[in-house]
Design a protein around this ligand. Structure first.
Ligand code: ADE
Length: 245
Protein backbone atom coordinates (compact mmCIF):
# COMPACT_ATOMS: atom_id res chain seq x y z
CA UNK A 1 0.00 0.00 0.00
CA UNK A 2 1.19 3.50 -0.77
CA UNK A 3 2.70 5.56 2.00
CA UNK A 4 0.30 8.37 2.86
CA UNK A 5 1.42 11.88 3.75
CA UNK A 6 -0.97 14.46 5.15
CA UNK A 7 0.36 17.99 5.24
CA UNK A 8 -1.31 20.53 7.50
CA UNK A 9 -0.53 24.00 6.26
CA UNK A 10 -1.98 27.43 5.59
CA UNK A 11 -0.53 27.18 2.05
CA UNK A 12 -1.97 23.91 0.69
CA UNK A 13 -1.49 25.08 -2.90
CA UNK A 14 2.26 24.55 -2.45
CA UNK A 15 1.62 20.79 -2.51
CA UNK A 16 -0.61 20.62 -5.57
CA UNK A 17 0.14 17.72 -7.88
CA UNK A 18 -0.90 19.99 -10.72
CA UNK A 19 1.76 22.54 -10.00
CA UNK A 20 5.04 22.06 -11.84
CA UNK A 21 6.78 22.84 -8.54
CA UNK A 22 8.68 20.38 -6.33
CA UNK A 23 6.04 17.74 -5.75
CA UNK A 24 4.60 17.80 -9.27
CA UNK A 25 7.75 16.65 -11.06
CA UNK A 26 10.50 14.08 -11.11
CA UNK A 27 10.65 11.19 -8.64
CA UNK A 28 7.85 12.25 -6.25
CA UNK A 29 5.43 12.70 -9.18
CA UNK A 30 6.47 9.35 -10.64
CA UNK A 31 5.95 7.62 -7.27
CA UNK A 32 2.54 9.16 -6.98
CA UNK A 33 1.50 8.08 -10.48
CA UNK A 34 2.77 4.58 -9.76
CA UNK A 35 0.58 4.44 -6.63
CA UNK A 36 3.60 4.14 -4.31
CA UNK A 37 3.02 7.42 -2.46
CA UNK A 38 0.09 9.75 -1.96
CA UNK A 39 -0.24 13.10 -0.29
CA UNK A 40 -3.06 15.36 0.75
CA UNK A 41 -2.62 18.93 1.89
CA UNK A 42 -5.19 20.29 4.33
CA UNK A 43 -5.69 23.99 4.94
CA UNK A 44 -5.50 24.70 8.68
CA UNK A 45 -7.61 27.80 7.97
CA UNK A 46 -10.60 25.57 7.21
CA UNK A 47 -10.61 24.67 10.92
CA UNK A 48 -10.51 28.25 12.17
CA UNK A 49 -13.59 29.29 14.12
CA UNK A 50 -12.93 32.93 13.25
CA UNK A 51 -15.08 34.57 10.60
CA UNK A 52 -11.95 35.78 8.81
CA UNK A 53 -10.43 32.28 9.01
CA UNK A 54 -7.68 33.59 11.26
CA UNK A 55 -5.29 30.97 12.61
CA UNK A 56 -2.77 33.18 14.44
CA UNK A 57 -2.71 35.72 17.23
CA UNK A 58 -0.22 38.09 18.86
CA UNK A 59 2.07 36.46 21.40
CA UNK A 60 1.35 36.74 25.12
CA UNK A 61 4.22 38.63 26.71
CA UNK A 62 4.62 40.78 23.61
CA UNK A 63 7.28 40.68 20.94
CA UNK A 64 7.30 40.48 17.17
CA UNK A 65 5.43 38.07 14.97
CA UNK A 66 2.33 36.01 15.37
CA UNK A 67 1.69 32.64 17.00
CA UNK A 68 -0.50 29.93 15.54
CA UNK A 69 -3.41 29.18 17.85
CA UNK A 70 -4.05 25.79 19.45
CA UNK A 71 -7.64 25.22 18.37
CA UNK A 72 -7.33 25.28 14.53
CA UNK A 73 -4.21 23.12 14.66
CA UNK A 74 -5.75 20.60 17.06
CA UNK A 75 -9.04 20.36 15.15
CA UNK A 76 -7.21 19.99 11.83
CA UNK A 77 -5.06 17.15 13.18
CA UNK A 78 -8.07 15.34 14.66
CA UNK A 79 -10.07 15.66 11.43
CA UNK A 80 -7.21 14.60 9.16
CA UNK A 81 -6.27 11.62 11.32
CA UNK A 82 -9.85 10.40 10.96
CA UNK A 83 -9.58 10.34 7.15
CA UNK A 84 -7.67 7.06 7.14
CA UNK A 85 -7.72 4.07 9.49
CA UNK A 86 -3.93 3.77 9.58
CA UNK A 87 -2.33 5.49 12.57
CA UNK A 88 -0.23 8.49 11.56
CA UNK A 89 3.21 9.40 12.87
CA UNK A 90 2.88 13.06 13.77
CA UNK A 91 5.74 15.31 12.72
CA UNK A 92 6.16 19.02 13.32
CA UNK A 93 8.69 20.78 11.07
CA UNK A 94 10.57 23.31 13.16
CA UNK A 95 14.13 24.64 13.44
CA UNK A 96 14.00 23.45 17.06
CA UNK A 97 13.59 19.82 16.05
CA UNK A 98 16.06 16.95 15.78
CA UNK A 99 18.19 17.26 12.63
CA UNK A 100 16.92 15.29 9.64
CA UNK A 101 19.62 12.76 8.72
CA UNK A 102 19.54 9.84 6.30
CA UNK A 103 19.15 7.36 9.20
CA UNK A 104 15.97 9.11 10.33
CA UNK A 105 14.73 9.28 6.72
CA UNK A 106 15.20 5.48 6.52
CA UNK A 107 13.12 5.03 9.69
CA UNK A 108 10.35 7.28 8.36
CA UNK A 109 10.29 5.43 5.03
CA UNK A 110 9.12 2.30 6.93
CA UNK A 111 5.96 4.06 8.16
CA UNK A 112 2.58 3.74 6.49
CA UNK A 113 1.43 7.24 7.21
CA UNK A 114 3.11 10.53 8.13
CA UNK A 115 1.22 13.62 9.25
CA UNK A 116 3.35 16.71 8.67
CA UNK A 117 2.52 19.95 10.43
CA UNK A 118 4.03 22.99 8.75
CA UNK A 119 3.96 26.00 11.01
CA UNK A 120 4.29 29.60 9.95
CA UNK A 121 4.73 32.88 11.78
CA UNK A 122 6.84 32.85 14.94
CA UNK A 123 5.67 29.38 15.83
CA UNK A 124 2.79 27.39 17.25
CA UNK A 125 1.30 27.73 20.74
CA UNK A 126 3.38 25.38 22.87
CA UNK A 127 0.33 23.78 24.50
CA UNK A 128 -0.94 22.18 21.30
CA UNK A 129 2.57 20.87 20.59
CA UNK A 130 2.60 19.35 24.10
CA UNK A 131 -0.78 17.72 23.60
CA UNK A 132 -0.06 16.37 20.11
CA UNK A 133 3.44 15.25 21.12
CA UNK A 134 4.74 15.13 17.51
CA UNK A 135 8.28 14.28 16.53
CA UNK A 136 9.90 17.67 15.99
CA UNK A 137 12.22 17.68 12.98
CA UNK A 138 14.53 20.37 11.56
CA UNK A 139 16.06 20.21 8.08
CA UNK A 140 19.03 22.37 9.05
CA UNK A 141 20.34 25.21 11.14
CA UNK A 142 18.68 28.07 9.31
CA UNK A 143 15.25 29.59 9.48
CA UNK A 144 12.73 29.18 6.68
CA UNK A 145 9.60 31.27 6.35
CA UNK A 146 7.52 28.21 7.10
CA UNK A 147 7.62 24.46 7.46
CA UNK A 148 6.27 23.73 3.97
CA UNK A 149 9.61 23.56 2.16
CA UNK A 150 10.98 21.49 5.05
CA UNK A 151 7.99 19.13 4.70
CA UNK A 152 8.73 18.76 0.97
CA UNK A 153 12.38 18.05 1.64
CA UNK A 154 11.39 15.33 4.11
CA UNK A 155 8.80 13.88 1.70
CA UNK A 156 11.23 13.82 -1.22
CA UNK A 157 13.93 12.11 0.87
CA UNK A 158 11.43 9.51 2.15
CA UNK A 159 9.72 8.83 -1.18
CA UNK A 160 12.93 7.95 -3.01
CA UNK A 161 13.59 5.18 -0.46
CA UNK A 162 10.25 3.44 -0.99
CA UNK A 163 10.88 0.11 -2.73
CA UNK A 164 10.06 0.35 -6.42
CA UNK A 165 10.34 4.13 -6.66
CA UNK A 166 13.89 4.27 -7.99
CA UNK A 167 14.89 2.15 -10.95
CA UNK A 168 17.90 -0.17 -10.66
CA UNK A 169 20.11 2.38 -12.38
CA UNK A 170 19.25 5.06 -9.80
CA UNK A 171 19.66 2.92 -6.70
CA UNK A 172 19.61 4.81 -3.40
CA UNK A 173 22.39 2.62 -2.01
CA UNK A 174 25.02 4.56 -3.91
CA UNK A 175 23.87 8.00 -2.78
CA UNK A 176 25.73 10.24 -0.43
CA UNK A 177 24.86 9.36 3.19
CA UNK A 178 23.54 5.94 2.32
CA UNK A 179 25.53 3.17 3.97
CA UNK A 180 28.27 2.72 1.37
CA UNK A 181 27.98 -0.62 -0.39
CA UNK A 182 31.35 -2.32 -0.40
CA UNK A 183 32.44 -0.55 2.77
CA UNK A 184 33.12 -3.26 5.35
CA UNK A 185 32.55 -0.80 8.18
CA UNK A 186 29.11 0.18 6.81
CA UNK A 187 29.91 3.89 7.05
CA UNK A 188 27.72 6.67 5.74
CA UNK A 189 29.90 8.48 3.23
CA UNK A 190 29.66 11.30 0.74
CA UNK A 191 29.39 10.22 -2.87
CA UNK A 192 32.38 9.88 -5.21
CA UNK A 193 32.89 12.09 -8.29
CA UNK A 194 31.07 11.06 -11.48
CA UNK A 195 32.03 11.45 -15.15
CA UNK A 196 30.32 10.94 -18.50
CA UNK A 197 31.06 11.60 -22.14
CA UNK A 198 33.13 13.10 -23.66
CA UNK A 199 36.36 11.45 -22.47
CA UNK A 200 38.18 14.74 -22.68
CA UNK A 201 36.65 18.14 -21.99
CA UNK A 202 38.50 21.48 -21.89
CA UNK A 203 41.75 19.57 -21.66
CA UNK A 204 40.54 17.55 -18.67
CA UNK A 205 40.56 13.74 -18.84
CA UNK A 206 38.31 11.24 -17.14
CA UNK A 207 40.29 9.23 -14.54
CA UNK A 208 41.90 6.32 -16.34
CA UNK A 209 40.57 3.67 -13.96
CA UNK A 210 36.96 4.41 -15.03
CA UNK A 211 37.88 3.54 -18.63
CA UNK A 212 39.60 0.27 -17.62
CA UNK A 213 36.51 -1.96 -17.59
CA UNK A 214 37.93 -3.57 -14.42
CA UNK A 215 34.91 -3.53 -12.08
CA UNK A 216 36.93 -4.51 -9.03
CA UNK A 217 39.40 -1.67 -9.51
CA UNK A 218 36.59 0.78 -10.26
CA UNK A 219 34.67 -0.15 -7.09
CA UNK A 220 37.84 0.19 -5.02
CA UNK A 221 38.65 3.59 -6.57
CA UNK A 222 35.12 4.85 -5.93
CA UNK A 223 35.14 3.77 -2.30
CA UNK A 224 38.55 5.42 -1.80
CA UNK A 225 37.25 8.68 -3.27
CA UNK A 226 34.18 8.50 -1.01
CA UNK A 227 36.33 8.06 2.09
CA UNK A 228 38.71 10.82 0.94
CA UNK A 229 35.90 13.31 0.23
CA UNK A 230 34.18 12.57 3.49
CA UNK A 231 37.41 13.01 5.43
CA UNK A 232 38.13 16.32 3.66
CA UNK A 233 34.66 17.82 3.59
CA UNK A 234 32.73 16.23 6.44
CA UNK A 235 35.09 14.75 9.01
CA UNK A 236 32.17 15.00 11.46
CA UNK A 237 30.51 12.06 9.65
CA UNK A 238 33.20 9.65 10.83
CA UNK A 239 32.97 8.07 14.23
CA UNK A 240 35.42 10.00 16.36
CA UNK A 241 38.31 7.56 16.04
CA UNK A 242 42.05 8.05 15.77
CA UNK A 243 43.00 8.55 12.12
CA UNK A 244 39.49 9.33 10.92
CA UNK A 245 39.32 12.98 11.88
N1 ADE B 1 10.61 25.83 9.72
C1 ADE B 1 11.37 26.95 9.63
N2 ADE B 1 12.66 26.64 9.54
C2 ADE B 1 12.75 25.28 9.55
C3 ADE B 1 13.82 24.35 9.50
N3 ADE B 1 15.10 24.74 9.39
N4 ADE B 1 13.53 23.04 9.54
C4 ADE B 1 12.26 22.63 9.66
N5 ADE B 1 11.20 23.45 9.73
C5 ADE B 1 11.44 24.77 9.67
Amino acid sequence: MAIRFDILTTFPEMFSELSPAAMGVSIPARARKAGLAEWHATDIRSYSKDKHRKTDERPFGGGPGMVMMCQPVWDAVMAVEGLDARPATRILLTPQGVPLKQGLVEELAKKERLLLIAGHYEGIDERVIQKLAPMEISIGDYVLSGGELAAMVLMDAVIRLIPGVLGDDESAGSDSFGVASGDREGRRLLDCPHYTRPREWEGMEVPEVLMSGDHGRIAKWRLERMVERTRERRPDLFPNKEGEK
